[in-house]
Design a protein. Structure first.
Lengths: 168, 92, 710
């Protein structure tokens, strides 16, 4: 197991993050690379756009593109989800705003949220990649500009999300 | 026929582990046979519990998770089925 | 100048507060002096001074002379009186010094005595003269700022003439230096004389410039030459002893005849020449040897002397180097591994003694010792940590016979101190844990208190992270005992443990103990039953768990039949599995045993070797020899000389390969195989017995033919 001397995770969150880091380094998810985990509470992941099209005959929407995903852990992780967003320029996708906010239930807790402590950064990265892979409509969500203006300087975790679109 | 070799005493050694399939707790991601993050001793002092759904967690971990959720909405972190502690844990 | 007062009134005083007032009125006319008053009075005084100088009796009484001086002073003749006296003294002093300059003294001591005599006379005469001229000294000298007191005037004159006659001064100073050098060479000299002369130069203000500077230069040259010679000639310990003695002598010199102000300069010169100039040579040539031979006294001297010249840092460095080098030699020598810890402890204790006794418990030196240990002990990876853990293991198992608990504890504390120097604590921890596990599982601990004590100390060293697990191991042993008690009291045990084997199980919590590889082995049926009963019982009390058996850690006490009778043996579970096979079978080949026990090949060979080639040999092997071959055959030792048994075994062996054989052919083969004569009747009896025990049967068609029954 990879160990990082000089880092001594004290809190529950730190130890869990360290464990996830070790797992990631042993088995990184496909198409993803950890660009930075310094400090340990802030990771940056490079996500390759999926090479495949969602179905035979459909265009490969993100092939060759590269995105940066920021994961910011809080003190209550994993009881609360980490803050997850794309570093602009974010992928063009009906559930991803141009400021990087992502409309995906597993990223949020609360009333509509689907967060579970059994999720890991590894699984989040895989989910996001498959969200891109299955997309057929390379467009921003409706009201993108409006949303971005409204939420300027705010965490996506502060948005009241409605997850009604099950198709994508 | 009398036996030329007879056993008088036997000192056997066995070790026990939690009979929980996945070797790490899904919440803290520490091995079941180790401690959860704020535990001191592994083993008896860091008990593992099962839900009726069959998923296992450190008792400390699942309790924290359930406490952080609404009373009416207590679910298994793995399968999201309603959480209920299983009375008798599986042994082998 | 004090105002002149009438002579008559000089001593008249009236008590204050008297009612009658005395009124002093100026005299109408000055009282007149006789014209020859001055010349007569001075002549009288001059005669007296000459008599003092000539050491002849003085004509008048001192009282008279005193009055005469007083009178002259009162009549304003003090300045002329002083001048006259000054001249008289000067002439005399000049003559005295000139006499010295012409001295024909045969040696310097004689000259020095003359010098001293001259000075003694001068001072005593000046004191007499001063008492005569006391009034002058008190009134005139005090009021005239440019005028010296009479005694000082004498000194001044003495100094002037001495300096003028440079040869006299030179001879005096050279003589003093020669005497001192003679004393340094071991002669005894007149210290009193030296003391007087040096006090003289000091009184004359000549000490610093005329004596001290040259004396220090002399000293410098003397000790430079001496040290350069000695450092070549004598060994370091004697050299240091010599330095110590020299410094002591110079201190005594200061006490006896040198001025106090000289001491600091003198000692410094001596230290520089004797010590500072040769410190590197002393350290390089002598230190290691003194250390190796534990010469505490010499080392203490080294320390004190080095401290005098600020060489303690160099000494400390050298100490560190010595420890590092000798420690490294010890630690790297694999042949010494067996005694490494003991040797390190001895080394440490010797060094501690030296720091305590020779180096004045200097904290910096104690630190250097610690750093040197930390340095060398970590130059070899893992082994020191392992051996320290082993040493502790041996202690906790009871150490050497007859060792007291206190001794055990001190030895453990010492080993712990070595452990502190080890940087790879995790290696130690792993070994300690492994050894502790063995002690606990095999009941080898000499004292539970000592074990717990050690855990407390390790907690202080390594933190709770490590000792939590060790404490957990102890807890497991206690819990296991409780479980066994409750199992043995349960109805389950009464109904399901029929054979009377006393079973005990240690149940380990996986996270606490070292991880043990699982080793397979097929248990004898009865042990299998016991194990199943225990498992069911345990899991009924503790749900959600999984039990894994560690056969390689199991042990048994057996009763085994030997040729010379029944013996109790303490054996491993694997040894038990093998031995139990022989209850059912007369003899077995290696491959039979392997198939029957399922023990891994290498482990099986090792175990068979331990049973057949050890000190006690419950089983024998054919052919004999240490190596275990696939075709070797094993049998219980107690059956070796049992001919009846050997015949049975041979018959079964032959029939097993032949399956069917006539009586005659069987007898022929037996004769070949058995190495002892047999009667036909005995053979027949054995065959009948084997038929009864259903190893063989008579062929249905031919009673003279036997078939083998599998």
């Amino acid at each position: 197991m990879a160990q990082f001397p000089g880092r001594s995770p004290t809190s529950v969150a730190m130890r869990r993050i360290q464990a996830e880091l070790n797992e990631w380094l042993l088995h990184p998810p496909e198409g993803c690379r950890l660009e930075s985990f310094e400090p340990l509470l802030n990771w940056v992941i490079l996500v390759q756009g999926p090479e495949n099209s969602p179905a035979p005959g459909l265009p490969r929407l993100y092939d060759g593109e590269l995105f940066r995903l920021a994961i910011n852990f809080g003190d209550h992780y994993p009881l609360e989800p980490p803050e997850v967003l794309f570093v602009p320029p974010s992928p063009v996708h009906p559930h991803i705003y141009s400021n990087g906010h992502i409309c995906l239930d597993i990223l949020y807790d609360g009333r509509n949220g689907g967060w579970s402590p059994a999720l890991t950064v590894n699984k989040i990265a895989l989910s996001l990649r498959s969200m891109l892979a299955s997309n057929t409509n390379k467009a921003r969500p409706a009201g993108d500009m409006d949303y971005c203006q409204r939420t300027r300087g705010r965490s996506p975790k502060q948005t009241n999300w409605e997850f009604d679109d099950d198709k994508v | 026929m009398t036996f030329d070799v007879e056993i008088v005493r036997w000192h056997a050694v066995a070790s026990w582990t939690w009979n929980a399939g996945d070797d790490v707790c899904g919440i803290c991601r520490m091995p079941f046979d180790g401690c959860p993050p704020d535990g001191k001793y592994p083993g008896d002092d860091s008990p593992v519990v099962w839900g009726v759904c069959g998923h296992a967690f450190h008792l400390q971990c699942i309790q924290k998770w359930l406490q952080s959720q609404a009373q009416t909405d207590q679910r298994c972190p793995f399968c999201r089925r309603a959480w209920e502690f299983k009375a008798a844990a599986p042994s082998s | 100048m004090p105002p002149l007062q009438p002579v008559g009134n000089r001593s008249q005083t009236k008590p204050q507060g008297s009612s009658k007032k005395l009124v002093i009125k100026p005299l109408k006319s000055k009282p007149s002096l006789p014209a020859d008053f001055e010349i007569k009075t001075w002549t009288r005084l001059q005669d007296a001074v000459q008599a003092v100088h000539a050491q002849t009796p003085v004509a008048c009484s001192l009282e008279e002379l005193y009055r005469a001086v007083e009178d002259m002073c009162l009549h304003k003749m003090a300045d002329r009186l002083y001048a006259g006296l000054q001249q008289a003294c000067d002439q005399h002093t000049k003559a005295q010094i000139e006499k010295l300059a012409g001295s024909q003294a045969a040696d310097e001591v004689l000259f020095l005595r003359q010098m001293h005599g001259c000075w003694e006379e001068h001072t005593s005469q000046m004191l007499t003269i001063r008492s005569i001229f006391l009034y002058l000294d008190r009134s005139y000298v005090l009021s005239a700022s440019s005028v010296r007191s009479l005694y000082e005037m004498g000194l001044q004159q003495f100094r002037t003439h001495l300096v003028h006659h440079a040869e006299v001064l030179r001879k005096t100073i050279a003589g003093a230096n020669q005497l001192i050098e003679a004393e340094r060479q071991g002669e005894s000299v007149d210290r009193q004389l030296l003391a007087h002369l040096l006090r003289m130069t000091s009184a004359l203000g000549l000490y610093d410039d005329s004596f001290q500077a040259g004396f220090l230069e002399h000293t410098h040259l003397f000790y430079r030459a001496e040290s350069q010679r000695l450092i070549q000639e004598v060994e370091v310990a004697s050299y240091l002893e010599h330095c110590e003695r020299r410094i002591q002598e110079e201190y005594e010199r200061c006490q006896h005849y040198l001025e106090p102000s000289t001491r600091r300069h003198l000692i410094k010169v001596v230290e520089q020449q004797l010590l500072e100039a040769h410190m590197a040579a002393l350290l390089n040539r002598g230190f290691d040897g003194l250390m190796a031979e534990q010469r505490t006294q010499d080392l203490a001297r080294f320390y004190t002397l080095a401290a005098r010249v600020q060489a303690l840092p160099a000494l400390k460095l050298r100490l560190k180097d010595y420890i590092r080098t000798s420690g490294l030699a010890l630690i790297m020598d694999e042949e010494k591994d067996k005694d490494m810890v003991q040797l390190l402890l001895e080394m440490k204790s010797n060094l501690d003694d030296i720091v305590q006794q020779a180096f004045q418990k200097n904290e910096g030196f104690a630190n250097a010792l610690k750093e040197a240990f930390e340095n060398f002990i970590n130059q070899r990876q893992n082994k020191p940590a392992e051996l320290i853990a082993k040493f502790m293991d041996a202690q906790l198992k009871g150490g050497s016979k007859g060792q007291s608990d206190e001794q055990m504890e001190t030895d453990l504390d010492k080993a712990l101190m070595l452990f502190r120097y080890i940087s790879g604590k995790d290696v130690f921890e792993a070994f300690y844990k492994k050894d502790l596990a063995k002690r606990l599982l095999l009941g080898r601990s000499a004292s539970v208190d000592a074990e717990k004590n050690m855990i407390t100390k390790l907690k202080q060293e390594c933190g709770a992270q490590f000792t939590n697990k060790l404490e957990g191991m102890f807890k497991d042993i206690d819990l296991s005992r409780d479980i066994m008690v409750s199992l043995k009291q349960s109805s389950v045990a009464k109904s399901k443990f029929p054979l009377g084997i006393d079973m005990n199980v240690s149940i380990l919590t996986s996270g606490f103990w070292p991880s043990y590889p699982i080793q397979e082995g097929t248990l004898p049926a009865e042990l299998n039953d016991y194990q199943a009963v225990f498992r069911d019982f345990y899991l009924s009390k503790h749900s959600g768990r999984r039990l894994v058996w560690h056969n390689s850690l199991g042990t048994c006490v057996l009763k085994v039949q030997f040729r010379k009778g029944l013996k109790e043996l303490q054996v491993s579970l694997f040894q038990t599995i093998i031995l139990m096979l022989f209850n059912d079978t007369a003899e077995m080949s290696f491959s039979d045993i392997k198939a029957a026990t399922g023990i891994e090949d290498r482990e099986l060979r090792r175990t068979l070797q331990s049973l057949a080639c050890g000190k006690l040999r419950p089983i024998n092997k054919a052919p004999k020899g240490r190596d275990v071959d696939d075709n070797d055959v094993f049998f219980l030792q107690c059956r070796l000389l049992d001919r009846q048994y050997q015949i049975d075994a041979a018959i079964v062996r032959i029939m097993k390969t032949r399956k069917t054989l006539s009586h005659k052919l069987l007898v022929n083969e037996l004769v070949v195989q058995l190495k002892f004569p047999i009667k036909g009747a005995d053979l027949k009896k054995r065959i009948e017995s084997l038929i009864d025990r259903e190893y063989l049967e008579r062929d249905r068609d031919n009673a003279q033919v036997y078939n083998y029954l599998a």
